[in-house]
Design a protein around this ligand. Structure first.
Ligand code: DC
Length: 223
């Protein structure tokens, strides 16, 4: 791990499309990719499997410290189990947002996230990539979209998976989660003064990826 290894930090709210954009940017540059939210989801899944209560801070922190997480070829493993889909359930989403509010859990996951910073570079996405985990990132992006557009994108994904959903409920849930993420005392989600704003309300994935690559290109050529 080297602090000289370049990082692009992409932060933003739920369902903003930052995961897709970050993965595509990483692939285009041939860089590593960190889905930091997956780590919080893995802690939540480990807690669910071990029957740990959400209020049992001591055990939650222990699970985060001993987390045996592995990312390989687009799949996510907890120990030997492939849990790529298991961490995306509503139960895990709710659990992740609970464990993410525990400062000691966040501290326990810090070194694990920084270990992803490997040559030739890293594209990291989450809520606090630019503020806490990689404050020296060369490019910081705040990627967002209106709650209505994010809810429509989520609705489309759910329908494709055959999961029934309602647009009004999705908009309400997203607004509630946004408020929780932005108002929590530890590592709240907000646009940093040194982050570029990328609003994808009226922008497709291709255009968003092209914009991030253009910003990165500007940086590289100005050095
Ligand atoms: O991005 P996601 O939906 O997979 O994130 C899951 C949860 O983890 C969500 O409640 C926000 C939280 N999270 C966080 O607090 N900090 C991060 N860097 C990434 C995610």
């Amino acid at each position: 791990m080297s602090a000289a290894t370049p990082v692009i930090a992409i932060d933003g709210p739920s369902a903003s499309g930052k995961g897709t954009v970050a993965q595509r940017v990483a692939a285009a540059l041939g860089w590593h990719y960190l889905d930091s939210g997956a780590l919080y989801r893995l802690v939540a899944l480990a807690a669910l499997r071990a029957g740990v209560d959400w209020t049992d801070m001591g055990r939650l922190v222990g699970l985060a410290e001993r987390l045996d997480a592995r990312f390989a070829a687009g799949e996510i493993f907890l120990g030997r189990d492939r849990v790529t889909d298991a961490i995306r359930t509503e139960e895990c989403s709710t659990g992740a947002s609970r464990v993410a509010g525990v400062p000691e859990v966040r501290a326990a996951l810090l070194a694990k996230q920084r270990a992803f910073r490997q040559p030739p570079g890293l594209v990291a996405e989450g809520r606090d990539m630019g503020s806490i985990v990689f404050p020296d990132a060369g490019l910081k992006v705040f990627l967002t979209a209106s709650a209505e557009v994010r809810a429509e994108r989520r609705l489309k994904q759910l329908i494709e998976k055959g999961i029934p959903a309602n647009i009004q409920t999705l908009v309400r849930d997203l607004r509630e989660r946004d408020a929780r993420d932005a108002e929590r005392p530890v590592a709240p989600l907000r646009q940093l003064p040194d982050a570029r704003l990328l609003d994808t309300t009226t922008l497709g994935v291709d255009e968003a990826v092209a914009q991030v690559l253009a910003w990165q290109g500007e940086r590289a050529s100005s050095r």
